[in-house]
Ligand binder design. Structure first.
Ligand code: NAP
Length: 281
């Protein structure tokens, strides 16, 4: 019998706890989200972030720019937000238009306001085994979900598929910190299923349906990060949920698994940055 890793339920629990802490505060944290252009998926993500923040009592501001904004204009805005004492969390929604360097943007956000944990300072801290100001939201959410179900990672073989800067790469460090043995795969990996069959924990972050039940060891733990729309417009994950759930001991669904945990982590990060700022005053 498989157990569903229920991200919605845990998100609701985390947000309720956070709300009761926020209700007691006179001054609330403020999160600024910058959205450049008209990417429909980004627009939905940004609106969901705002809706969640508003619901629990975090002030949220969306700053929208047209696609043609220059890099300098965006950098100037970030400098201004860095200096603004009323703002304690800044998120620049990715992807950015091609003429804007993501690296230059990340290099400019004050690491103490870097709510996504993507600035070189925070990533560097994470990879050197030190505590960053903020941890990247999706890997943080995955770990919170595994912890909620008391899934032990020490000595386990964790296989990650996908090596992006936002999911796969930071996850390596999260899992190493818990003494897992980590293998990371990508589009050039040969004989993927030979590797996935050795996984005690499989985390897939690709964005297409690639994981079938014959690629897995019985009773493995499966975390599905991927999100895409199939031909009928339905939201899907990387994993053939129906068949894999027959052999996995735990499995996260899409939707309702990692997605809600990413939002919960963002709210936790906003609150933690706010507390950090206040503790320094
Ligand atoms: P990304 O930057 O596009 O990375 C995808 C990764 O998958 C790359 O490393 C790519 O390898 C690898 N890959 C592609 N095809 C493969 C194959 N056939 N076999 C093995 N590896 C393959 O994507 P991302 O930003 O990490 O996102 C991945 C997925 O997770 C997307 O569906 C995204 O929507 C979803 N996501 C969900 C959340 C959430 O909160 N649930 C958060 C973030 C992302 P190469 O590096 O060799 O190209």
């Amino acid at each position: 019998m498989t157990t569903i890793l229920d991200g919605k339920k845990l998100r609701d629990k985390i947000l309720a706890e956070l709300k009761s802490k926020l209700d007691k505060l006179e001054k609330k944290p403020t999160l600024v989200v910058i959205l450049v252009g008209n990417n429909p998926a980004s627009r939905i993500y940004v609106e969901n972030k705002k809706k969640t923040a508003d619901k629990i009592g975090i002030n949220s501001i969306i700053i929208k720019y047209p696609e043609k904004i220059t890099e300098k204009e965006l950098l100037d805005k970030i400098h201004e937000l860095n200096k603004d004492d009323n703002i304690n969390a800044i998120l620049v929604q990715l992807p950015l238009p091609k003429h804007i360097s993501k690296e230059n943007i990340m290099n400019t956000i004050d690491p103490r306001k870097d709510v996504d944990g993507f600035t070189p300072y925070n990533i560097g801290k994470l990879f050197s085994g030190e505590k960053p100001f903020c941890y990247p939201c999706t890997p943080k959410g995955i770990l919170l979900l595994l912890d909620e179900y008391n899934i032990e990672l020490e000595g386990k073989h964790a296989v990650i598929i996908g090596r992006s800067n936002i999911v796969g790469k930071p996850l390596i460090q999260f899992l190493l910190n818990r003494n897992a043995t980590v293998t990371i795969c990508h589009s050039h990996t040969k004989n993927l299923s030979d590797i996935t069959k050795t996984a005690d924990i499989l985390i897939s972050a690709v964005g297409e349906k690639i994981i079938e039940e014959n690629m897995l060891k019985p009773n493995c733990i499966v975390v599905d990060v991927g999100i895409f729309k199939d031909a009928t417009g339905k939201t899907r994950g990387d994993v053939d949920f129906e068949n894999v759930s027959k052999i996995a001991s735990y499995i996260s669904p899409v939707p309702g698994g990692v997605g809600p945990m990413t939002i919960a982590s963002l709210m936790l990060n906003t609150f933690e940055l706010f507390e950090l700022k206040n503790s320094n005053h």
